[in-house]
Design a protein around this ligand. Structure first.
Ligand SMILES: *Cc1c(COP(=O)(O)O)cnc(C)c1O
Length: 416
């Protein structure tokens, strides 16, 4: 059974006909015969990105050469694209900058926070947070050698575990496996009441759910460029620091791009006064151009409409899978109908890896997160209700026929 074998029911077709975001699908380049349910891991290619990158390559690099640092404002690109992302996350233009990877930005902000927080030994996070987030805390603590320690508390206990000893609370806003979403305002307020700072990882939030960093009085955040922002594989990440913290927080990676006057070429390091102090080295201009194209696409989008459609697509998917696939041992992980959630849906199955391989072989692309989670990204800008229904048709077929038992689907790839 292939994904185009069945035409959608009248009910599903009516939902697509009434979809206020339907026109956005044409803004992406999507291969035929694929239902792409992995935009939470690598966002799809925006239609305008190849021409944008080609223009930067040919005109700005090929013709402009070194002059383009000024004439094409390459030097301002981290702040320019950061200002655009700021609009998507509810921050001021001068509070967000594009730089490095999410991992490196975490490191910079963890160390900056611990340097500013004297005498509080604890970094608080949750077990099962995205691995790089926890690894970055561990390695930052080891490198600093200042006696800090990482404590992990289940998400329901986070607020009660924040004490006067807590220097930093570091959490991923939308959980990468389950799509559970923290209450950013409530946790931020609870942490600040005890004198702690909060660092939010927005990797599965930016471009996926409405965000209001300043309305939540957020201190710091990082986020990913290649997931829901459609910036391309390995796209640069971004970081946010609330203006009130700019003077006190210092990056441990004092590269020249974060200097107050990079082109004064002086021997002594002096951090830039604003968000630019969190830059380190020269920005990857071709990659920033691809990211800017993805971000530009999002600037015209009404995030409330995205949230409404995301919820509708997620709940349709959950309802159909539970009705038709539960008997094969597929169980929902994460929020149920009505609960706060991000824009992906995960199901648990002991043979989830092989099932996902069988789905991918039929053009339904999701991913697998060890030990047993099949994860499906629900991206409202290019998914139709009919895609969700068709994906469940294929999933049910794979389970009913046990197509996943084929030996080809048992082979573990490096990237799952
Ligand atoms: C995807 C993701 C990252 C990725 O970090 P990289 O440095 O880009 O590899 C980090 N944290 C979370 C929560 C993620 O989902």
């Amino acid at each position: 059974m292939t994904i185009s074998a069945v035409s959608p029911s009248p009910d599903i077709a009516a939902r697509d006909a009434a979809d206020a975001l339907a026109t956005y699908r044409a803004q992406f380049t999507l291969p035929d015969g694929v239902i792409y349910l992995d935009g939470n891991s690598l966002g799809a290619l925006p239609r305008d990105t190849p021409a944008r990158v080609a223009q930067v390559m040919h005109d700005e690099w090929g013709t402009g050469l070194i002059r383009s640092w000024n004439s094409a404002d390459w030097i301002g690109a981290p702040q320019r694209v950061g200002a655009k992302i700021a609009r998507l996350v509810g921050a001021e233009a001068h509070e967000v900058v594009v730089a490095d990877s999410t991992s490196v930005n975490l490191y910079k902000l963890i160390v900056a926070a611990l340097g500013a927080q004297r005498g509080q030994p604890v970094v608080l996070s949750e077990p099962g947070n995205f691995p790089t987030d926890l690894y970055m805390v561990e390695t930052a603590i080891t490198t600093l050698g200042t006696g800090h320690r990482l404590e992990l508390a289940p998400r329901e206990e986070i607020v009660s575990r924040i004490t006067e000893d807590t220097a930093l609370v570091m959490l991923t806003h939308v959980h990468y496996k389950t799509a559970d979403m923290f209450d950013m305002a409530a946790i931020t307020a609870a942490a600040q009441a005890k004198g702690a700072l909060v660092l939010w990882d927005l990797s599965h939030s930016a471009g996926a759910v409405p965000l209001a960093l300043n309305a939540c009085r957020a201190d710091m955040a990082v986020g990913c460029g290649y997931k829901f922002l459609n910036g391309g594989p390995g796209a640069p990440a971004f970081l946010f620091v609330a203006e009130r913290h700019h003077a006190a927080l210092r990056s441990p990676l004092g590269g020249w791009m974060g200097h107050a006057r990079p082109f004064a070429f002086v021997d002594e390091y002096e951090p830039a006064p604003g968000i630019a102090r969190f830059l380190c080295g020269t920005p990857p201009i071709l990659a920033v151009a691809a990211l800017e194209s993805g971000v530009d696409l999002h600037l015209s989008v009404d995030m409330q409409q995205v949230a409404v459609k995301s919820r509708a697509l997620c709940e349709l998917f959950i309802d159909l899978v539970e009705a038709r696939c539960a008997s094969y041992g597929v169980t929902l992980v994460g929020p149920r109908r009505g609960a706060p959630r991000g824009s992906h849906v995960s199901f648990r199955h002991a043979d989830g890896y092989a099932i996902m391989q069988a789905l991918i072989a039929r053009g339904v692309i999701g991913d697998f997160r060890a030990p047993d989670i099949m994860r499906f990204g629900i991206t409202p800008l290019y998914l139709r209700f009919a895609d969700i229904a068709a994906a469940v048709d294929v999933l049910e077929d794979v389970l009913r026929t046990e197509a996943w038992r084929a030996s080809a689907h048992q082979v573990r790839h490096a990237v799952t």
